[in-house]
Design a protein. Structure first.
Length: 508
């Protein structure tokens, strides 16, 4: 008989989900987590270079951050959480204004203000209201701009692509092939080996980097060390936290506010992207509904930033979304309950995997040479998804053009410039319809009454049956129709969801 899982326990704004009680562990996602810990570890060079922190102390911060990642799925946030990646360059510029011995205090002040702001917006319910009030063009511009910035930073002089050109090219190409290629999707319908590989997500791409980088002389062959990791919590607490250094002066908290606001704009883009990705998953798979709450998300990543500002300030920051892995997980989720029991079983298993790997020295030493490739892979996927999702936030050709200008300014001049220009452009183009924008049916195939697009369709219809058909709804990520057919096969034709479709059950 299939295993029955309990429904999530309600606890105020949170929904408690425990492994084995509310969801099953997925070995595919857990295995991915064991290798993708390389991305978590790639935060270490950021801390050692910017703060002068020893490797072992930086490892302690990564491990603390890893433990806090777990609270998202355990408390009902259906995502793989991560960094605030596009805001890292903004934070680096902010810290470079300080001498080396002042930077830890500056980082503490920044992360604490960001955490308190996020908690305030989540606790008051303002987070979800802000998301709904922002014009379509501005939302799209923020998300697209963040995606462009994520990829753009890889190609700067001395950037990661110069260091790992072949490894990044092959690794990213393989990841895109496994996730999005229609050819590979057709193989999965025919061959068992392709279905097996497809269920591994981007794990094969990461494993290929471990081999390709040394073959092309871009990294040394890994040297396996046995035992457990040895994070230095003592040095961390005595030299890099408020326990050893005390609180920053009030002037640093005030100086951090502009950078905090710019970083929050990027966070806001992540929240929009999360909503779009999960909404699409709900459209594809109907046996359960993913509930995403912007306010709950703000409470959780705000709490993480607040805790880390005290226990271990982190240059990567604590964001609401790891876009690459959330997309990878939802792609498997959309294949039906046989592939993944619930979204929490996927995102939870992945984060249990990364937490396990951070303590295992053989895995840490295996992936250490290709940390730069791992970071590049996640930035490429994040950029791809951000641009696709962002474009689909617009509802007219004019909004799309405005969003493109906003994205270009944001990617080149920073978040504050991009948003400022976006507000001005939306006022110029839409005036009294600033919040509503316009809809000419460019992405829906159903033009608004009186729009240019509607007039075009009307004239085409008069020309007879040769007129072009209505444009279909565009999906942000591909789905495998036979997988959905297989998942739906348990439901009798013409009926609604049956007991076998209960998301709390393991339908092996």
């Amino acid at each position: 008989m299939p295993r029955t899982y309990a429904k999530a326990w309600k606890a105020g704004p949170f929904r408690v989900n425990l492994p084995g009680v509310h969801y099953r562990l997925e070995w595919q996602d857990y295995t991915q987590g064991l290798v993708m810990c390389a991305v978590d570890l790639s935060a270490i060079p950021l801390m050692t270079e910017m703060l002068g922190m020893p490797f072992e102390a930086a490892l302690a911060i990564v491990i603390l951050n890893g433990l806090l990642y777990l609270i998202h799925h355990l408390l009902g946030d259906p995502v793989v959480p991560g960094w605030i990646t596009p805001a890292i360059p903004l934070l680096m510029l902010y810290l470079e204004d300080y001498d080396m011995d002042e930077r830890v205090h500056a980082l503490i002040a920044f992360q604490l203000v960001l955490g308190v702001l996020s908690i305030f917006l989540g606790a008051t319910g303002l987070a979800s209201k802000i998301v709904r009030l922002v014009p379509n063009a501005l939302r799209a511009g923020i998300v697209v701009g963040a995606g462009i910035a994520a990829i753009q930073g890889l190609f700067v002089e001395g950037g990661r692509f110069e260091t790992f050109p072949w490894a990044i090219t092959i690794c990213v190409g393989l990841a895109f092939f496994l996730l999005y290629s229609r050819l590979f999707q057709s193989w999965q319908l025919k061959y068992a080996w392709a279905r097996f590989v497809g269920n591994l997500g981007i794990l094969p791409a990461m494993l290929s980097a471990i081999i390709v980088a040394p073959l092309f002389g871009e990294a040394p062959w890994p040297s396996l060390d046995w035992g457990f990791s040895a994070p230095d919590f003592g040095t961390l607490y005595s030299e890099y936290t408020v326990f050893g250094l005390g609180l920053p002066p009030a002037s640093m908290f005030l100086a951090a506010i502009p950078t905090v606001l710019a970083a929050y704009i990027v966070v806001f883009g992540d929240v929009l992207q999360t909503r779009a990705v999960l909404d699409e998953a709900n459209e594809v798979r109907t046996d359960q509904k993913i509930e995403y709450d912007e306010n709950r998300s703000h409470l959780l990543f705000g709490a993480r930033n607040t805790v880390m500002s005290v226990a271990g300030p982190d240059t990567a920051m604590c964001g609401p979304l790891w876009a690459a892995m959330t997309v990878t997980t939802t792609e498997r989720y959309k294949k039906g309950p046989r592939a993944m029991q619930s979204i929490f079983s996927g995102v939870g298993s992945f984060r249990w995997g990364t937490n396990t790997a951070l303590w295992l020295l053989p895995i840490v030493s295996l992936v250490e040479p290709i940390l730069g490739v791992a970071l590049a892979l996640t930035l490429f996927i994040q950029g791809f998804v951000s641009i696709k999702v962002g474009i689909l936030e617009t509802r007219s050709r004019t909004e799309l053009g405005v969003a493109g200008v906003i994205a270009a300014i944001l990617a080149s001049e920073g978040a504050s410039w991009g948003v400022g220009a976006g507000i001005v452009l939306c006022l110029i183009f839409f005036a009294k319809d600033f919040f509503r924008g316009e809809d000419d049916g460019v992405f829906s195939g159903a033009p608004s009454r009186g729009s240019v697009a509607e007039e075009t369709v009307t004239w085409a219809e008069q020309d007879g049956p040769t007129a072009a058909p209505a444009r279909p709804v565009v999906s942000t990520t591909p789905s495998l129709e036979p997988d959905m057919t297989e998942a739906a096969a348990d439901t009798p034709s013409g009926s609604g969801p049956t007991e076998s479709d209960d998301p709390t059950k393991n339908t092996k």
